[in-house]
Design a protein around this ligand. Structure first.
Ligand code: OAD
Length: 227
């Protein structure tokens, strides 16, 4: 494995999607415990469903930007030597052409069964109390990893981090674990670690190189120069 890339909300910011933290972040208007925890969901399912419905239905209004396209092009060049791990639940990487992408926090355009978590299916439009799992008929829930739940694909991701020569993280505040710990893990396994972000912490001892700037500007150049 030559390269594992982790992306966060910052890569989609210039496409118009709000990030979670910072000015006008999603978590400024919504309480995490209301819409991003299992407890919040079981307290008020309709509210949580509507929150994710509105994000899902809004997706076509946003288009991938130069950073998404650059990663898709780099993947074409590296093939199976490349893995994209995203914390984002939007579909902008796929719409830019990325194929080897793992949505570790789930995906807006999927739902899963409330009774059996392995029943995951593609879904467009608005989920309601009447939406049923196509595999077993049980009620459904958004396919989103909430706080307190275990992120998806962790075995695959850790195995890739164990073998990769380079790890890069793009547009993430690196405060939500386990994703925030990937740079440390990669470094421990001897990868070279690069941070591409609007703001960087040059004191970070788990990062070897820093590219400060907007994703649409720094990511394409970095991808083109990647050897
Ligand atoms: P955050 O909102 O925490 O952080 C976004 C990061 O992107 C910040 O470090 C910004 O400085 C940076 N940024 C903003 N605009 C940028 C731009 N144009 N170019 C480059 N960087 C930019 O988002 P995440 O780190 O993705 O989880 O948040 C992690 C998780 O917390 C999310 O996946 C979500 C949230 O709660 C779940 O919902 C499970």
């Amino acid at each position: 494995m030559k390269l594992v890339v982790l992306t966060g909300a910052g890569i989609s910011a210039e496409s118009g999607l709000r990030t979670f933290r910072g000015n006008n972040g999603l978590w400024e208007n919504e309480k995490i415990e209301d819409v991003a925890t299992p407890e919040g969901y079981y307290r008020d399912k309709a509210r949580v469903r509507n929150f994710y419905n509105s994000l899902r239905v809004g997706l076509p209004n946003y288009k991938p930007n130069a950073a998404h396209f650059a990663l898709a092009k780099l993947e074409e060049r590296l093939g199976d030597d490349f893995l994209l791990v995203t914390q984002n639940v939007d579909d902008l990487h796929e719409r830019a052409g990325s194929k080897r992408v793992l949505h570790m926090h789930g995906a807006l355009k999927q739902l899963r069964c409330e009774a059996n978590e392995s029943h995951v299916f593609n879904f467009d439009g608005e989920e309601t109390a009447e939406t049923k799992c196509p595999f077993c008929g049980a009620p459904t829930r958004p396919h989103i990893v909430w706080f307190g739940e275990i992120p998806l694909y962790m075995d695959k991701i850790e195995n890739a981090l164990l073998h990769t020569k380079e790890f890069a993280y793009i547009g993430t505040s690196s405060v939500v674990y386990p994703a925030a710990g990937f740079k440390q893990l990669a470094k421990h396994y001897k990868a070279h670690v690069t941070c591409l972000n609007l703001e960087v912490d040059r004191e970070d001892r788990n990062t070897d190189a820093f590219l400060e700037g907007k994703a649409s500007e720094v990511v394409p150049t970095w991808c083109e120069n990647f050897k």
